[in-house]
Design a protein around this ligand. Structure first.
Ligand SMILES: [Zn+2]
Length: 314
């Protein structure tokens, strides 16, 4: 029998499912609203119905070997229980792995979405064939998952990878984490928007009614040549470059893959990061390090979930 897998990326607003064939291609996609307020039982039942539909599309020679699912953090991959994820109150403390396994009669893996995306990118995307990789997510926040020898490095209490809270400026802006001048206060979507708005006000540009509220809108303005948006994004890239330099110096890892909504800015973010990396690391280290955009994009977490379900060594 051929072994197929199902990967499920459970986000705050939508659930993306993928049916993955033995060549690791996602041959069917399904999308449904998360609606976490309806409770864990409802979420599990809706996922299970989609999986049942996907099962009907399998060739006769195929079977589903398992399902992997990822959620925003916190999540306990060992017990399979979702933590108190922001804006997903209906799933707090839900034993999602056991509920899905019972309903579907399949082995189920549960992990954090950034870690799943890192595993997808490492095994099937930009990280193929590499000894190690750091996957950096730049979106609402900034986080990273460190992959070594095909497995996620978790640290003692599974909190490794907080690259967004490396301090760049001890006297910088107060970060929600309690520290100051963190990478995240330069690079994340909300902070890009905040910095952009602040610069516009300082420059006497009054356009509060149309001011961008998100990192995406700052990126869009940068693409149109808005000089303030370009400057803010350039500084975000520099912050990312310093962070990559610091991590590369400590871990001796040569590949950094950047995903997440702000990473859609592409070279507007990554080109200054690459230049800055060289200024803040040993030349012998910095010249070996590559900073690449994610290849798999939104498919990365789904493929990573499929890998967790069927390929991961115990
Ligand atoms: Zn912080």
């Amino acid at each position: 029998m051929e072994e197929w897998a199902v990967g499920v990326d459970l986000g705050r607003t939508k659930i993306a499912l993928g049916l993955i064939d033995p060549q690791k291609r996602i041959v069917r996609h399904r999308r449904l609203p998360t609606n976490a307020d309806a409770g864990a039982q409802s979420v599990v039942e809706r996922i299970a119905q989609s999986v049942d539909e996907l099962r009907h599309e399998l060739p006769a020679t195929a079977r589903i070997c398992g399902l992997g699912i990822c959620t925003p953090g916190p999540v306990d991959h060992e017990t399979g229980v979702v933590g108190e994820v922001h804006e997903m109150r209906g799933l707090h403390h839900a034993p999602l792995r056991a509920m899905l396994a019972d309903r579907l009669g399949l082995p189920v893996s549960l992990d954090h979405d950034a870690k799943a995306a890192a595993l997808g990118e490492y095994h099937y995307g930009a990280g193929r064939g590499e000894p190690a990789m750091v996957y950096v997510v730049v979106g609402t926040g900034v986080g990273a998952a460190i992959v070594v020898d095909g497995q996620v490095y978790r640290g003692v209490r599974n909190t490794a990878g907080e690259i967004g809270h490396i301090t760049l400026n001890r006297d910088g802006a107060l970060c929600p984490c309690g520290s100051r001048g963190c990478v995240e206060t330069y690079t994340s979507g909300p902070w890009l928007a905040r910095r952009y708005q602040h610069r516009c006000e300082r420059a006497g540009i009054v356009e509060t009614a149309t001011a961008p509220a998100t990192g995406e809108s700052v990126t869009a303005r940068a693409r149109q040549g808005d000089p303030i948006a370009l400057q803010v994004l350039y500084e975000a890239g520099q912050a990312l470059g310093v962070a990559v330099a610091s991590v590369a110096m400590i871990l001796d890892i040569e590949l950094f893959v950047v995903g997440g909504s702000v990473a859609k800015a592409g070279d507007l973010l990554l080109a200054p990061a690459r230049r800055t990396l060289l200024e803040y690391s040993y030349r012998s280290v910095g010249t070996r390090v590559r900073i690449l955009a994610s290849e798999m994009g939104e498919d990365a977490p789904i493929l990573g979930c499929g890998w967790m379900a069927c390929e991961r060594r115990p």
